[in-house]
Write a protein that binds this ligand. Structure first.
Ligand SMILES: [Zn+2]
Ligand SMILES: [Zn+2]
Length: 256
């Protein structure tokens, strides 16, 4: 049976609907494993996500302070990450977003570095959200080159050159539904060259639904379309792409 792993979804975001129904539709589509991402600065989403995962199979949890919220940094949230680190698959999403600039850039950098240090302290790999901030991101990550064995660049939105640099740092690259958009030629080129053993697929639900659902509320079941698109792009079978991304995700995210 072909199995898929949605490596990044926000199951508890308001628009998502009832998690059990969403996960059931995912299962019907062959998406047997999902990682849900909880964001700070309140620990509430993290606590609720852990509760959700505790009673379900194959549901993984990540947590971090998003770069959008960097200006709302809270020690309470960091304490919650420390307290529950053993139940987390990765620390994130953390990073830099200069596209929206919702927090001042110097604050984003400071908070990114602080959470990379925290990830190291907790023995977790980082999961990064980097948008229009590659120079600063690479200069920060270069300082952590020998700290992390691996990590994830989630919702990759750049081109082959940036992909090469992330790969050189040992990271995995995760593609969202954006890769299926007609104008995303840079991202498609990157999806062509990233080695299969370094690739993940995700939905970033409820955002970024892939073609043919573009514009709708995204959900984990739709990762099938992203995987199919990339397998067509690379001229390999859907099964091969699914199997590779599934086992990469399991290797990275399953800490049992
Ligand atoms: Zn993100
Ligand atoms: Zn996200």
């Amino acid at each position: 049976m072909v199995q898929l792993f949605d490596s990044h979804a926000h199951l508890l975001f308001e628009r998502m609907g009832q998690p059990d129904e969403v996960l059931e539709r995912a299962l019907q589509a062959g998406v047997t494993h999902v990682m849900t991402v909880a964001l700070g600065p309140s620990p509430a989403e993290l606590m609720e996500s852990l509760q959700l995962a505790a009673t379900r199979d194959n549901l993984y949890v990540a947590a971090g302070l998003h770069p959008h919220d960097a200006a709302r940094e809270s020690e309470t949230f960091y304490d919650a990450l420390r307290a529950h680190a053993q139940k987390l698959s990765v620390l994130g999403e953390i990073g830099l977003d200069y596209h929206y600039d919702r927090s001042p850039r110097h604050v984003q950098r400071k908070v990114f570095i602080r959470q990379l240090e925290l990830a190291h302290e907790l023995g977790l790999a980082p999961m990064m959200h980097i948008r229009d901030a590659y120079d600063d991101a690479f200069s920060i990550l270069e300082d952590f080159r020998h700290v992390f064995r691996t990590g994830i660049v989630h919702c990759f939105t750049a081109g082959p050159a940036e992909a090469e640099r992330f790969l050189d740092l040992g990271f995995h690259i995760s593609f969202s539904g954006i890769v299926t958009f007609k104008k995303a030629t840079d991202i498609q080129e990157a999806a062509h060259l990233v080695p299969l053993n370094k690739m993940l697929v995700e939905t970033d639900s409820p955002f970024l639904a892939p073609v043919p659902h573009r514009g709708k509320v995204c959900e984990p079941a739709y990762v099938v379309h992203t995987a199919r698109f990339i397998s067509d792009l690379r001229g390999i079978s859907f099964e091969e792409l699914a199997e590779a991304t599934f086992s990469n995700a399991l290797r990275l995210l399953d800490r049992q």
